[in-house]
Design a protein around this ligand. Structure first.
Ligand SMILES: [Zn+2]
Length: 73
């Protein structure tokens, strides 16, 4: 499960999912702080995260932790 980039609470199911160019986008709303963030996947790989918690959508690099979390075994 993805973590909120603002408060690190775990998000549940994506609110919305759509294709953006060659990306698959998953949008989440954090139940704890209300932050909205989006994950951009290429295939099964998380490429980057956009988070609205600092006033605008900030690009956050995918960490090893986020990569591992989404790995499909
Ligand atoms: Zn949060």
């Amino acid at each position: 499960m993805p973590k909120c980039p603002n408060c690190t609470a775990h998000a549940r199911q994506p609110v919305k999912e759509w294709n953006f160019g060659q990306f698959r986008v998953k949008m989440y709303n954090c139940a704890k702080c209300g932050n909205q963030f989006r994950e951009y996947f290429m295939g099964n790989t998380l490429k980057f995260v956009l988070s609205a918690h600092n006033g605008g959508l900030a690009k956050i690099g995918a960490t090893k932790e986020t990569m591992d979390r989404h790995k499909i075994y």
